[in-house]
Every structure is written in structure tokens, then in C-alpha cells.
Design a protein around this ligand. Sequence first.
Ligand SMILES: *Cc1c(COP(=O)(O)O)cnc(C)c1O
Length: 467
Amino acid sequence: MRKRSEGPRDPLRVAADHARERLDADVEAQIAPGTRERIHEAWLERYDFEAPRDAADVIDGVARALQRGVVHVGHPGYFGPYHPSVHPAGVAASTLAAAFNPQLAVRSHARAAAAIEDHTLAFFLRALGWDPTSAGAHFTNGGSEANTEALLVALGARFPETREGGLTALDGPPLVYASAEAHRGLEKSVRVLGLGSRALRRVPVDAHLRMDVTALATMVAEDRARGAQPFAVVGTAGTTSSGAIDPLDEVATFASRTGLRFHVDAAWAGALLVSPSHRSWLVGIERADSVTFDAHKWLQAPLVAGMLFVRERALLHQTFGVEGPYMPRRRAVDPDLFETSLSWSRRALGLPLFAIMASVGRAGLTELVERAIALGDELRAALTAAGFTILRPSPLPVVCFTHAALKAGSLDVHEVARRVARSGASWLSPTTLSTGEEVLRASVSGHRTRSSDVARLVEVLVRAVRD
Ligand SMILES: *Cc1c(COP(=O)(O)O)cnc(C)c1O
């Protein structure tokens, strides 16, 4: 208990003490379903917001609730989809972004924060092989928002008349193509843009779940013949379910030959850009008109640190530029972020990534990516040796797999995942592929995960399918 004489505690210090991850804890606190909800309800009932409470006590309570009530993605045994353990420099910089609260809508209001973000973004523009003086980039509230923005940019670039006239300016329905395995957020994107979900045309995939470019060509030709207006194709570099990388170079060639805009969703596997020995897996990405990449997937940034890269910077202002009575008219050469992106007020989302990159350096980033890839290979080998079957293999550190015990029907992937979570030692999640296959999926994205954690996951899985 705290002594009265110590005076009020600083809530920031209390938060900092709790923010150090408890690596000795279970990946997911072992509380029976149902009981967990009752615990949260009982605790929350104490907060009716009527009387004020000591802020440090409140923060202490929130931290304890989080400890028992969230999946600990920072645990080395966490093999869930793409949420990394966060780097302490990222947590600290995120706190600074909240504390200084720079308003990035207008550069002159937050020059240092804007400069830090631009400097960080330029690193990735160069990694893409693009010229930071002519390409545009900004942070987004995640990959899904970046994809939505990219499709709006593509629509206006292909059909400039839609910027003022909307979709009624077109003779036929505008269509976007993405593989059957592409992220489902794209369905929201086309609805948000007013295109309707049918405007997202799902292209069949090959045996490795990569976009079939011959099928794409047939679909585009048929759609054009019936009067539709294909305008963009989205290639995925690292699908969320299985880590498939579409043949980006082939898609780029097809897009440029047929007048489609080419966007690459590299939300997760864009991290390969920092690995000299694996960058070639993304060949063709440099030919895209725009690219999505999330630093909160593989680069240890806290949620959210999405990024959108656009090869022709002027398109951003043409897409998002506005003139308001209370915003001074600006020159298009140096527009503010509120005029070049969907958000208006903006948090300094790039500060954590800057702090992480500066702390670990290029070699540290490369190691982060390469270690995960090596552990993914180890995981595939260990699962195979233990009698599991790898499905639709990708070279990336995400593994889809099944087991004979699952085919028997008495056990399903959800039950296996629950048993793994109940071990407290490991955590993974099932997924359903576009082929209809229900599979177990383990991905390596935590920087603390080592060979021993991979071995433990396989042990836990062996017990889960046997018992
Ligand atoms: C995670 C992911 C998304 C969605 O990004 P958010 O940051 O969750 O909005 C989109 N596409 C791919 C390939 C992803 O891995």
C-alpha cells in the first residue's frame, strides 16, 4: 500500500511501470470464458464517472485490467497474425506524441513532428526506388485506410472527371481487381468510395494462392466488353491468410499495357524492403503507382502506423485538396497534410517508427525481418517432423497447416486454437482460405520469439491434437 505522506502519484510514471511487458505471464490470462466478462463488468461498475478519482489509481486499474484481459502480443509465444511485440522506443515516442499532441493537419503548427515523419517516410520511398522529391507519402490509421485512399487516388487518376462529377460522370461502373485472397478490407474500401461491393472483382488464384494473371486478363477483357470501366488492380505482397505474394512484376506489365492503375497492398510483407537478401521477393513493387505498408505489423511499432506511398505526389493534392473559409489558400507545391490525405486533425503517427528505426538502425531492422523468416522455416520443418501437413506454403514467416486428427472431424481448428491458448505458453489463430480450407495459422512477428518458442508451440500443438 502507498503511504499517504508520498503525495499523489504521477499517472505517467504508473503507466510507464506497467508498460514494461510481463514476459513471465501467460500469453492469454487463464480465466474461464464468461468469468472474464464478469470480472470486467464488476470492475467497470466502480466507474460511473460521477465523482472524480485519483488519476494514478485509475491508470493502475486500467493497466491491471489490460494485463488480465488482452492477448499479450509481446509474449515470445505469440504466433497470432502480425501484431508484433512493440519496441520500448516506440512506446515512449507514442507517449510523447500524446503528451505534446502536435497537430499535423497544418505543417506550420507542428514543424518538428512533420519533419520527423517526412524523414522516416523518405527512407521507405528510397527503399522502393522512388524519388522522395517527386513521390508523396503519409502515415495513415492503418493499412485498410491506406488502401481506401489509394483506390480513391487511382479512380481520380484514371478518371479525373469523377473528382467533381462523381461516379455519374462515367458511362459504366468502375471496377477494381484483387485476388481472391486479398484483404477483405478492400470490400469496405469500394463501398466507402460509393462503388459498391460488386465493384471489387476477385481474381482466381493459383495453387500457391497467388493472383492468376491470365484469369485477370480474361476478366478485364470481358468486363470491358460489357461496358464496365476497369480502373485499378491491387496486387498483394503477403496475403493475410497465407502470405502469398502476387506476381507483382507480371501484374505491373499487365496494368501498364491495359491502362489500369496498379496498387500494391504490402501491409505486412512490405517489411522485406529492409532486407537486402529478401527484397527480390517483392520484385515489381517499384513499378506500382501506390503502395500500402504498415509499420505496426513487422517493424515493432505500436498500433497504428500505416503508410501510403504514391509515386506521383501531385495526385494526392488533386485527390484530397480542399479550400475552406478558415484555411488559408495554399500553393499546390507544398500542401498541408489535411489537403493531401483523408484525415483532417492528425496524431503524429510516425514518431514511434522514427524512434524505433533510429534505435535499432538498418542492421537491426534487417535482422528483425531475417530472423522471423528463418524461424518461419524452422516452424515449417518442425511441424512436418511432428506429423502436421503444411498447406499452401509461402516463403514468408506465416504457416498454414492441418493434421490428420482434424480431418477425422471430431476436432476442429477452433478447438485446437483454444487448447493452445489454454496452455498459456503459446497462441495462434485459425483462418479460412479462399479455397474453403479451414487451417491453423502461425505467424512469426515478435522480436522476442526464438527457436525454443517455436519448439514449444509445436509441443503444445502435438498435445492439443492428441488429447
Ligand atoms: C493487416 C493488413 C491489412 C489491414 O491493415 P490494417 O492496418 O489492419 O488496417 C490490409 N492488407 C493486408 C495484406 C494486411 O496484412
